[in-house]
Design a protein around this ligand. Structure first.
Ligand SMILES: Cc1cc2nc3c(=O)[nH]c(=O)nc-3n(C[C@H](O)[C@H](O)[C@H](O)COP(=O)(O)OP(=O)(O)OC[C@H]3O[C@@H](n4cnc5c(N)ncnc54)[C@H](O)[C@@H]3O)c2cc1C
Length: 287
């Protein structure tokens, strides 16, 4: 009969979840990883800044991770979506979409976050390809290019200050009235920085590679690289449903050992860490 009770169940088998499974499985814990193969970086052709895997496709890195963990008889993987979690006296009951009920003493949420895309035609097609979220992940590849930032307020100042030295021409698309002062941007290399406040309505692209950004008055900006600062939500509702403290930014609150405010419930990776990267997720899972 298939085992359904485990020491630890991990919801999410991407970077944080697989790293946690490796550490726990090697520690002789019986681990079940439940994952529905929907990591946040799935659109990105190349992932950068993770030592020994720089420039590889995200799916190659996760596949290598799964290969590592599935060598251990203590670790099992089921490619199922988790649809419900409840806490009981023994630990947790976890239900997957096929109706299987699993039980565990401890539960790790490594289910990531969901970026909330603006309703701009073409945006989602370009996300992770030519519309990027992080200079440390993808900035080097687009260095020197005329670059747009889709952001306003402190987010625009923060992103512009981070990337001003990567380019000589930076255009901030505030998508409405600017809510910051251009002089607040740290611009040590004197890049030409301008602001366009017209509403962005459409992105024209070829297979995710940006060509033009169109504005409400039908004018356009020819551009091949754009950073965007998006809001996010937790990918699963389980942390909130189980009573975890969620901080004011929307992350699950954890201590240095990734314990949440609920006994025996842990969280690791993007869901509980604003320093978003593969390396940080792996480090968090390993804790
Ligand atoms: C577009 C983009 C590009 C990026 N590029 C880079 C880069 O180049 N370098 C870098 O270091 N970082 C990059 N990042 C950041 C990096 O991808 C994340 O920090 C990392 O993926 C976080 O890992 P995680 O395991 O916490 O979450 P994720 O990788 O998002 O994985 C969460 C996992 O949980 C699973 N899951 C969620 N809900 C359920 C459920 N109900 N049931 C079962 N499974 C579930 C999902 O299927 C998924 O596999 C990028 C991010 C984005 C959005």
């Amino acid at each position: 009969m298939k085992r359904t009770n485990f020491d630890v169940i991990i919801i999410g088998g991407s970077y944080a979840g697989s790293a946690a499974a490796l550490a726990l499985g090697r520690a002789m814990r019986r681990v079940m990883v439940l994952d529905n193969n929907d990591p946040c970086n799935r659109n990105t052709p190349h992932s950068h800044n993770f030592l020994t895997h720089d420039g590889r496709a995200p799916s190659e890195i996760t596949s290598a991770g799964l290969e590592d963990i599935l060598k251990y008889p203590t670790i099992q993987l089921n490619k199922q979506q988790v649809v419900n979690v409840t806490k009981n006296k023994m630990g947790f009951e976890v239900i997957t979409e096929d109706g299987t009920s699993y039980s565990c003493k401890k539960l790790l949420l490594a289910s990531g976050i969901r970026d909330i895309h603006p309703s701009i035609e073409g945006f989602s097609d370009c996300w992770g390809i030519s519309v990027i979220h992080c200079p440390y992940c993808h900035g080097y590849e687009v260095r020197g290019e005329k670059t747009a930032i889709l952001a306003n307020s402190v987010a625009a100042v923060h992103m512009a200050s981070l990337i001003a030295h990567w380019t000589s021409e930076l255009i901030i698309l505030t998508n409405g009235k600017p809510e910051f002062d251009i002089s607040d941007i740290s611009n040590e290399n004197n890049a030409a920085i301008s602001i366009i406040e017209k509403r962005v309505v459409k992105i024209e692209h070829t297979n995710g590679y940006l060509n033009k950004v169109f504005f409400e008055d039908s004018s356009h900006l020819g551009i091949s690289t754009m950073y965007a600062k998006l809001s996010f939500e937790q990918k699963t509702p389980f942390a909130a449903l189980l009573g975890c403290t969620i901080n004011e930014m929307g992350y699950v609150e954890v201590d240095d050992f990734k314990r949440t405010s609920v006994k025996d419930l842990y969280a690791a990776g993007d869901n509980s860490n604003m320093a978003r990267s593969v390396a940080a997720a792996v480090a968090a899972g390993t804790m």
